[in-house]
Design a protein around this ligand. Sequence first.
Ligand SMILES: CSC[C@H]1O[C@H](OP(=O)(O)O)[C@H](O)[C@@H]1O
Length: 353
Amino acid sequence: MSIPTPIKWENDNLIILDQQQLPHEIVYITLETIEDVFDAIVTLKVRGAPAIGIAAAYGLALAAKKHDGRLLESFHLRLHEDYLYLAGSRPTAVNLFWALDRLMNKVEAVESVLEAIALLEKEAVAIHEEDEKTCEQIGNYALSLLNDKTRVMTICNAGTIATAKYGTALAPFHIGAEKGKKFEVYACETRPVLQGSRLTVWELQQSDVDVTLITDSMAAHTIQAKGVEAIIVGADRIAENGDTANKIGTLNLAILAKEYGIPFYVAAPTTTFDLTIESGKGIPIEERKAEEITTIAGQSVAPEGTKVFNPAFDVTPSALITAIITEKGIVNQADYINIKSLVGRQAGEEVEA
Ligand SMILES: CSC[C@H]1O[C@H](OP(=O)(O)O)[C@H](O)[C@@H]1O
C-alpha cells in the first residue's frame, strides 16, 4: 500500500497531509501552534474522527510545551483553556473529546510542569500508534464479513487518511488488496465537500482497488443496476443504543440497504462510542458554512443569498445497522442492547470473531 502517511510527529513537530489539496497534490504542512491545529481541523485539512483525535492530542501536547516555565497551578489553568479551545473545533466526532480527555486525565496528578509536558507527548504518540493497530483489527474483522462479497458501496472517506493507517470502512479494501482479494467499490462522491470523490477514490486507487465514482443521488440505481451486495461506512459518534452519526447521506444508504435486503455495516473503533448518550437524539450535528453548498471548487452554483441548510452528518437508527465492526470484534444488531458491556471490555477480550 503506497498511501502517504497522513499524520507525522517528527522532532516535536506535527506534520499533516493537507487533505484540502487532494487528489491533485501531496502537500505536507507543519502545524506549529495550537491555533494551526484548530484551523487545520475546522478547515478539514485533517479530518475523519480518529485523525481529528490524533491531531488534537498532538495539538494539546504542542501547546503545553509553550507553557514551560510556569508554576504548576497556572500551567494546569492554561492547559484547561487549550483543552476547551481544541474541543470547540468540531462538535460531532467524539474521538476529539475522547483523545483530549485521555491526555488531561494523564496529567491530573503530576508533580511538575516538565513531567506533564513529557506525559502529554507520550500519550499523544500512544493514541497515534494504537489507532494503526486498531484499524488493522477492524479491517480484518470487516474482511471476514465481506469475504464472500465483491460489490460494495461506501460514502465519505473512512480510510487511511481519516486515521493513522488503513482506515475503518476502507480498511477491508486495503487489507483485502494486500491479500489478493478483488473488490469492486462504489464510492459516493459525498456532497458537499466531496470526500468521496477527492479522497476515497484517490485512496483506493493508490491500493489498486477497483473503485467507481457515483454521485450520491445515484446510489439507489447503482445498487439495482450493479448488484451491490453490501454497504460499509465509518462513524463519527455511536450512541449507547447503536444509533450512529456519520457523514450526511449515510442514512439514505441505510434505508436503501433495508429496501434492497443487503447488509449495512458500520466500521469504527470503540473510541467512537459515546456511552454517555442513550440514543442518536443526543448526538450534536455540526452545521457548516453555506458556501460549501452554494459553491463547487470556488464557482458559485446557486443564486446569491440562497437560504441553505448544511448539516455535515446524519444519524442512522441502530435498527437499520446490520452490525458494527470494532477492533474488539463484530457487534451484531441483536447485541446492541449490551453495547455498554461489550465496548467496555479490554482489547483482546473479544466480543465475537
Ligand atoms: C474514519 S472516520 C470517517 C468519518 O469522518 C467523516 O467526517 P469528516 O470528513 O467530516 O471529518 C465521515 O463522517 C466519515 O465516515
